[in-house]
Design a protein around this ligand. Structure first.
Ligand SMILES: [Zn+2]
Length: 420
């Protein structure tokens, strides 16, 4: 049982959703450990969800088969079965990438969803992630060229079809029994797949395990240094922080749900990654909202994808024009300070420097992550010299931006970050 700290349980108790749904209050007694897991699972609440949504919680195996046919039409996806469930349903895997790589080997991101059948919201986020990755957005193209995404949309199809809330066809929760014998077929399949990829020349660097929580909050299940390492918790905080920066009012901070506070558990997929590969893999459970207030799945997927890009250190210059192979006659430096902290901004808070080796017309433009122009920072005919352009960041939203220097000799872009 991956248990939250007492402080986190207190958050659960006062969370307004429990008042709205008139559920049984969660008491801080011993036996509740048996009822409440990291997804905040509570049998009575789950029963209400079942009544509300019914019909395989609104998305069954048949729905998946229809979507698989639709995704198959995309040139960016290949679909394979990586094995079978207890009742011999295929465990489908999407492989999303591009055949025109930005880099080799590409970075590997793994996502699996719907371990717990009644957490359908985790699937809707994953669905939006797939839609975004298959889109013609410049950012999606960049991510396809930089990464390979392996996505298991429905890891527990038997549970979905049997309308079990949590278990597979053997009545086992395949989220929290990775260390039990006999090994469940679904666990064996996914563990084997993880192992294959970890032994490849493009091992998994980010693994997201998609759930949704009855606390009616969006959060990541953060692993304490007691169960991991101080170094890993820094990476976790970065990772969660990057994703949050794109949906700050929607996703809770890393400190909202702290687990592994009394050691390393062995029962979870994240346990497998930690015990076998340590800090090499950012393997975390994401919890969406399992309640009627859930939504904004597209915003969440957008935040996840951009946060992963930031975590992997992918500089998204391809969102703009690709820098030319040989850039001559000018250079563009990293802005200072970077990140730009709004809490410390003065009106001329950041400076961008560029150098021209001959007089020429230039344009220096700030873009957001989708490549939309935010403002023109400088333009006109400029002499051969080192130039400094001061700009005011105080009215910018937090997030990632790009500034691009456009000259007769080509264009070059750099990334800048605005934080609080
Ligand atoms: Zn769950």
């Amino acid at each position: 049982m991956k248990l939250p700290s007492l402080a986190v349980l207190a958050v659960f108790v006062i969370a307004p959703v429990f008042a709205q749904t008139q559920s049984v209050p969660i008491e801080l007694s011993g036996h509740q450990e048996l009822l409440i897991d990291k997804c905040g699972y509570d049998e009575q609440l789950a029963a209400q969800q079942l009544v509300q949504l019914g019909d395989h919680w609104g998305y069954g195996y048949d729905s998946l088969l229809v979507d698989l046919e639709r995704w198959r039409q995309s040139p960016y996806v290949t679909i394979d079965s990586i094995g079978a469930s207890v009742q011999n349903r295929a465990l489908w895997q999407l492989n999303i990438t591009s055949d025109t790589p930005e880099m080799e080997p590409r970075r590997t991101v793994f996502v699996h969803a719907r371990t717990h059948p009644n957490e359908v919201q985790a699937w809707w986020v994953t669905d939006e992630l797939i839609s975004l990755l298959l889109s013609e957005e410049p950012f999606a193209r960049f991510m396809r060229e930089s990464c390979t995404f392996y996505i298991i949309p429905m890891y527990n199809p038997d549970g979905v079809e049997l309308e079990f809330a949590r278990q597979n066809a053997n009545g086992i929760d395949i989220e929290s029994n990775w260390d039990k014998n006999p090994v469940q077929p679904e666990v064996a399949v996914l563990r084997n797949r993880f192992g294959e990829l970890m032994a490849s020349d493009a091992p998994i660097e980010t693994a997201l395990n998609m759930h949704s929580a009855f606390a009616c909050k969006r959060y990541f299940v953060y692993h304490d240094a007691v169960g991991t390492s101080p170094e890993f918790t820094v990476l976790e905080q970065d990772f969660i922080g990057f994703i949050r920066s794109y949906f700050e009012d929607g996703i809770e901070p890393w400190s909202y749900f702290v687990s592994w506070t009394s050691g390393t558990p062995t029962r979870y997929p994240e346990s497998w990654f930690w015990l076998n590969h340590g800090e090499d893999v950012m393997a975390l459970t994401y919890e969406d909202m399992n309640c009627t207030a859930a939504g904004q799945y597209d915003q969440t997927a957008f935040a996840v994808l951009h946060g992963v890009a930031d975590y992997l250190g992918l500089v998204v210059t391809a969102v703009l024009d690709r820098p030319t192979a040989q850039i001559q006659g000018f250079s563009l430096r990293q802005n200072y300070p970077n990140p730009v902290r709004l809490s410390r901004t003065t009106s001329m808070s950041s400076v961008i420097q560029f150098r021209l080796e001959r007089e020429q017309p230039i344009r220096l433009v700030l873009y957001d992550v989708l490549g939309r122009q935010v403002k023109v920072l400088d333009q006109g005919r400029r002499p051969a010299a080192e130039h400094r352009v001061y700009f005011d960041a105080s009215n910018l939203a937090t997030g990632t931006y790009f500034y691009q220097l456009q000259t007769a000799g080509g264009v070059v872009a750099r990334q800048l970050t605005v934080t609080r």
